[in-house]
Design a protein around this ligand. Structure first.
Ligand code: CTP
Ligand code: MG
Length: 229
């Protein structure tokens, strides 16, 4: 697959409340280096030659600020801004409803992961070749993994073969639509596609794609941004 006339759409889910972040506004609008967090991933995905068009799923009552942000960024590939749902999967469903049937491939990305390297976009899109239904960027776990009940450790889990899954995740559009039709929730779309019997592969992720969950994560992302110049 080549980047021109790609038929690749991306849905950026930004509709979460950010409860663990505990900010005074939805997490997607938290301040990252003077701009809303959402700006960073939106700008990067808009600039990617692999992506033809974008749908932004905004927090309820934050559609207007999201539209203004897209205009300010000159993000010409944004085709729709829609309000999100109660769960992440609901928000993806709402965004996917804006993606036309002609789109062959859909990327789903968390606005909470602002630092999207272009190489990762390329890896997930090209990773769908050879009939894969989904391609997920992943990084091998670095820490030793413990299972616990309360504070009591019950097992040390073999780390071999364990990965942290990131976004953007790429899917064959029809497979993603069918997997989401179920109405279930999951912390990522690949989980739903796997549960529906889809063939999902890993591609190399990137440590910079960390997810902003707390203000400390935001500070780390800001430091990485500054270091990159
Ligand atoms: N998300 C969404 N709609 C929801 C829940 C989550 O669009 N109903 C999005 C978030 O905006 C985020 C991504 O899914 O970009 C990953 O979710 P998470 O990091 O858990 O964000 P929040 O749900 O906002 O945070 P929290 O769980 O702390 O409330
Ligand atoms: Mg959440």
């Amino acid at each position: 697959m080549s980047p021109s006339g790609t038929g690749v759409w991306a849905v950026v889910v930004a509709a979460g409340r950010g409860e663990r972040f505990r900010g005074d506004r939805p997490k997607a609008f938290a301040n990252l280096a003077g701009r809303p967090l959402l700006a960073e991933s939106l700008e990067r995905l808009d600039a990617s030659p692999w992506i033809e068009a974008l749908v932004v799923v905004a927090p309820v009552e934050w559609e207007e600020p999201a539209i203004l942000l897209a205009e300010e960024l000159g993000a010409g590939s944004v085709r729709a801004v829609v309000p999100g749902g109660a769960t992440r999967a609901d928000s993806v469903r709402t965004g996917l409803a804006e993606v036309p049937d002609e789109a062959a491939v859909v990327l789903v990305h968390d606005a909470a992961r602002p630092l999207v390297p272009e190489e990762v976009v390329e890896r997930v899109v090209t990773g769908l070749a050879d009939g894969w239904d989904g391609a997920v960027p992943a990084v091998p776990l670095a820490d030793t993994v413990k299972r616990a009940e309360g504070e009591t450790v019950t097992a040390t889990v073999e780390r071999e073969g364990l990965y942290g899954a990131q976004t953007p995740q790429a899917f064959a559009a029809d497979v993603l639509r069918r997997a989401l039709a179920g109405g279930d929730d999951a912390t990522d779309c690949a989980g739903l596609v796997e549960a529906a019997g889809g063939r999902v592969r890993l591609v190399e992720g990137d440590r910079r794609l960390l997810k902003v969950t707390t203000p400390a994560d935001l500070a780390l992302v800001e430091a990485l941004l500054r270091a990159a110049g």
